[in-house]
Design a protein around this ligand. Structure first.
Ligand SMILES: [Zn+2]
Length: 279
């Protein structure tokens, strides 16, 4: 199949009201797990990596694997660059053929800085035929290069509408009570807030921090207007469990066990998001 873009996948998701899963990969086994899951479910899927993950899976090694696997898949697959802060990484992703990138401006000193820089990157992404995801409010839990953890700030619906309008971004990540990584307490999602944002913002909305949410959380957020759901930590936990259960397996078998566990975990999410059979 031809390489799809996130824009194309989310346009259909918007039309038929389901969520598309986004899964980060750092190696071939993860890429293969996700694509096998999508093919098994006849579901579209988005795969990619993020700036903070490049230490595990080098950009120049991983990108050709993802792009090639996406082209050869039997279902529509888009390749996306998640959370990036540096201009260099974003430009590299665009040059390599990623159909979309995420510029995370939430660490900039002010809202105005986030608007200004995001708007500049939108122009570059569009000029190269790609889409840009931005974030407004802040989904906490990630750490910067100095180890400082991002704090959570809920997205204000009016601010989100103003941000989308002024930047011209294609997809908007919102903060409604999720967090990156493993939850320390049961997350409480603000679905009324999500619905207010969805009513005011025209571009597809993105949910970060999907790992650890309940099945109902996913159903409610997709029903509330989320069109892209990011899940990463749950995939790592599925692999960890498979490895822990097989202490005597040799390395090559551990790779396959981890891949199969991630494939099953990924397929379960795709079904939950409502994208099964939508390929
Ligand atoms: Zn995120």
């Amino acid at each position: 199949m031809a390489l799809y873009t996130m824009k194309e996948l989310l346009r259909d998701a918007e039309k038929r009201r389901y969520g598309v899963g986004f899964f980060n990969a750092v190696n071939m086994e993860m890429v293969r797990a996700y694509i096998r899951a999508a093919e098994e479910c006849a579901s579209p899927i988005i795969i990619g990596t993020a700036e903070s993950l490049l230490i595990y899976g080098d950009f120049d090694w991983l990108s050709p694997v993802m792009l090639d696997a996406a082209r050869r898949a039997k279902v529509p697959v888009a390749v996306h660059m998640d959370h990036s802060y540096s201009f260099e990484v974003l430009m590299k992703a665009l040059r390599s053929g990623y159909g979309s990138i995420m510029f995370d401006g939430t660490r900039l000193p002010s809202h105005e800085d986030n608007v200004r820089v995001s708007a500049d990157i939108v122009r570059i992404a569009h000029a190269m035929g790609a889409g840009l995801e931005c974030e407004i409010g802040s989904v906490g839990g990630l750490r910067d290069a100095e180890g400082r953890e991002d704090q959570t700030a809920y997205t204000d619906p009016d601010e989100a509408a103003e941000f989308a309008e002024r930047t011209g971004c294609d997809f908007l990540a919102v903060s409604i009570g999720t967090q990156h990584g493993v939850y320390k307490a049961t997350p409480k999602l603000d679905i009324p807030r999500l619905k207010q944002i969805a009513a005011k913002v025209d571009v597809p909305l993105v949910l970060h921090g999907g790992s650890g949410l309940s099945d109902d959380d996913f159903r409610n957020t997709v029903a509330g207007g989320i069109r892209k759901v990011n899940v990463y930590t749950d995939m790592l936990l599925a692999a960890k469990k498979a490895i822990a259960e097989n202490p005597d397996a040799i390395y090559t078998d551990l790779n396959l066990l981890a891949e199969n566990a991630m494939k099953d975990a990924c397929a379960a999410k795709l079904k939950l998001f409502g994208s099964e059979g939508k390929a």
